[in-house]
Design a protein around this ligand. Structure first.
Ligand code: MEV
Length: 297
């Protein structure tokens, strides 16, 4: 393996982060992308969805194509290669699959050809694909997968957060696809956009305090308040609402959409491992992953 990229979880502040409000995100170590580079007479891509010349890659890969072209143009010592991509992050799940794959590609070129890229060079390159895939990307996904630590992000700055909370976070995948681009455009045109975006923005400070002062009840209340605003903005779906009700009925203290929404994933807070595992067992038809919040760095 030449390069990798982790998934990400937005704890609080998706959508409002696009409008300059602070948001909190963490790296997600259970899911990742990996890239291998193999010298070849021409640039080619090898992936689950497409195998063939870079120049003929499908529309879905347009962000990655632009990224690889930019690297090849910018760094003259980079020869043509086959870019082999593997990822176990579900596509369009709200868990940062596109940023993770792009980070893995940049990391692969950086380590294989010793480009000596710093974080700001990673961010500039990652923004190429993110801005193609997402309308008006805030930069939170890119910042989280590059820095690989819990952080508060307020465009364009990030501050590391020292998490101090007893509890468990479970990611539940709704098995429906999140469409971040459409969701961001939908919010933009919403008649009550500013009320809910400002409401979402004001939640981050309390959530940060709760997360760093071991107050799970306050964090859960902030999860629920945040979900209400996202729902009012039209970002939830009947499938997400039904799943959320089931998770709450099975012991979660707070549940919300994570990422772009309109499908994708929910995150749920549980007081302990036992209650988290119990809910996962009952809801075993939905893929889920548990994080001990004490392990978040
Ligand atoms: C996507 O992971 C998060 C959004 O806030 C969009 C963005 O910040 O670019 C919905």
């Amino acid at each position: 393996m030449d390069g990798y990229g982790l998934a990400k979880i937005i704890l609080i502040g998706e959508h409002s982060v696009v409008y300059g409000h602070p948001a909190i995100a963490i790296p997600f170590h259970s899911l990742r992308s990996e890239v291998v580079l193999t010298p070849n007479p021409t640039f080619m891509v090898e992936s689950k969805y497409y195998n063939g010349p870079l120049d003929e890659a499908t529309h879905d890969l347009r962000g990655i194509v632009a990224l690889i072209r930019k690297i090849a143009k910018e760094y003259s010592n980079v020869p043509s290669v086959i870019v082999s991509i593997r990822s176990n992050i579900p596509e369009q799940s709200g868990l940062g699959s596109s940023a993770s794959v792009a980070k893995a590609i940049i990391h692969a070129f950086d380590s294989h050809f010793q480009l000596g890229l710093d974080n700001s060079a990673y961010f500039d390159l990652l923004s190429i694909s993110e801005n193609i895939y997402h309308e008006n990307a805030s930069g939170i996904d890119a910042t989280t997968v590059i820095n690989e630590r819990a952080l508060l992000y307020q465009k364009p700055h990030m501050t590391p957060i020292k998490v101090n909370l007893d509890g468990y976070l479970v990611v539940f995948h709704s098995k429906t696809k999140s469409t971040t681009r459409e969701a961001v455009m939908h919010v933009q045109a919403h008649p009550h956009r500013d009320i809910h975006i400002n409401g979402l923005g004001s939640i981050s400070a309390n959530a940060q305090w709760a997360l760093t002062n071991n107050n799970i009840d306050l964090l859960a209340a902030m999860f629920n308040a945040s979900h209400s605003h996202l729902k009012a903005l039209g970002i939830s779906t009947p499938v997400l609402e039904e799943l959320r009700d089931l998770i709450l009925a099975n012991g979660a203290l707070g549940v919300k959409i994570t990422g772009g929404g309109m499908g994708g994933s929910l995150i749920a807070l549980f007081a302990n491992e036992e209650s988290a595992t119990k809910a996962q067992k009952v809801l075993k038809d939905f893929p889920s992953w548990t994080i001990n919040i004490r392990d978040i760095k």
